[in-house]
Design a protein. Structure first.
Length: 385
């Protein structure tokens, strides 16, 4: 039923694809940024604290180590900028802490340089403070568009001018180097995240969402519940966009970690294998969405025109959910996933054994989408897709 599928695809999938691909990535990036910003506020306090506990512990330990090292190696009885630099560098989200440490050091260095030059010709005052901050921040703006180096450059330049001693800036650079160095060792060597585990966890959440949708579709088909089918479709559309944004974000983070950390470099091959398997992920997302749409159209038909729903349809959808559950158990496995392959084969056998009016377009379309979803499950269960 290529014509009917094209209509369904146009109505159900194009918007999701636009969010995912976009003409230049702008829409996708904007939605992802909004979800990153708003998402934490939608969680409960306990969940936010639980998620923050491990990064906070890392930052706290790094701050203590930076303070101790600065006391030993720097001629300063109160090296406050060393632990501050460690905390600032480790405050970034996973995958961005090394970059944040580097940006912080760039900002401090520029601020010290500008401040050291201006302190030779300027006195302390309102205009001088403003000028030092502006010059330092403009210099950084020419080489970086991140907010952190701007803040560090402006703040350091103000400090040098206010205290009228270039030595203060030099001391801050050294302390920032100590704190930033400790943060880099922690984030890039000792406690760097596993990029394979990050991506596999995100994929598990996507597969759990698809498994739930297939089970709800099976329930709707078994009970011929049009309202349930429509609710499943609406929920899937929303969850689908969320899942795509999160998965794409995690894929980018995992790639950065694999390039920039010692642990990531050792995991490159495993990450590439998982990426190869996930090439079939879009096909599965599309197939489940189109199956849900086809089911909603079939069950939403007027009773007088409803051709009836073969029992095989609900059985096949439930079997597909079981296959997706097998995929979810270990999406990062290097070999085939037999139980997922078996589920796909069982769906084809179930549909082939069912005798229904193939001339009825709505029935034929649901059967076709069930087969396409089975093919997508089999593809995802195979290394390299």
């Amino acid at each position: 039923m290529p014509g009917a599928r094209a209509v369904f695809f146009e109505e159900s999938w194009n918007f999701d694809k636009a969010v995912r691909d976009g003409p230049s990535g702008t829409l996708q990036d904007s939605e992802r940024d909004v979800r990153r910003t708003v998402g934490p506020f939608l969680k409960g306090p306990a969940e936010r604290v639980r998620e923050a506990a491990w990064p906070v512990l890392q930052a706290a330990v790094a701050a203590g180590v930076a303070w101790a090292l600065a006391l030993v190696f720097l001629d300063n009885p109160q090296p406050v900028f060393a632990p501050t630099a460690a905390v600032v560098a480790l405050a970034a989200r996973v995958g961005g802490r090394g970059t944040q440490a580097a940006e912080m050091l760039v900002g401090v260095a520029v601020g010290v340089g500008v401040g050291a030059l201006l302190v030779l010709v300027l006195e302390t005052g309102t205009v001088q403070i403003a000028l030092a901050a502006a010059v330092a921040m403009l210099v950084v703006a020419a080489i970086s568009n991140g907010p952190l180096p701007l803040i560090q450059a402006g703040g350091t330049a103000v400090l040098v001018i206010a205290l009228q001693t270039p030595g203060t800036g030099s001391s801050r650079v050294l302390e920032a180097l100590v704190g930033g160095g400790v943060a880099l060792v922690v984030s890039q060597v000792l406690l760097s995240p596993n990029p394979v585990s990050l991506l596999a966890s995100s994929e598990r959440r996507v597969l759990a969402m698809l498994e739930g949708s297939l089970n709800r579709t099976a329930d709707a088909l078994a009970s011929c519940d049009a309202a349930a089918a429509e609710a499943t479709l609406k929920r899937l559309r929303t969850e689908n966009r969320d899942a795509l944004c999160e998965l794409e974000s995690v894929r980018e983070t995992s790639k950065r970690i694999s390039r920039r950390t010692l642990r990531g470099r050792f995991a490159v091959q495993r990450l590439e294998r998982l990426e190869g398997r996930l090439q079939s992920n879009d096909l599965l997302l599309e197939s489940v969405l189109l199956l849900s749409h086809a089911t909603s159209r079939l069950l939403g038909t007027d009773a007088a025109e409803n051709p009836g729903v073969p029992e095989a349809f609900s059985v096949a959808a439930r079997t597909l959910a079981r296959g997706v559950a097998a995929l979810r158990e270990d999406p990062g496995v290097s070999g085939p996933i037999p139980r997922a392959h078996e589920a796909a084969r069982e769906v084809r056998k179930t549909l082939d054994a069912e005798h229904f009016d193939a001339s009825e377009p709505r029935l034929a379309l649901v059967a076709d989408e069930l087969r396409r979803t089975a093919s997508a499950v089999a593809a995802l269960a195979t290394p390299g897709g």
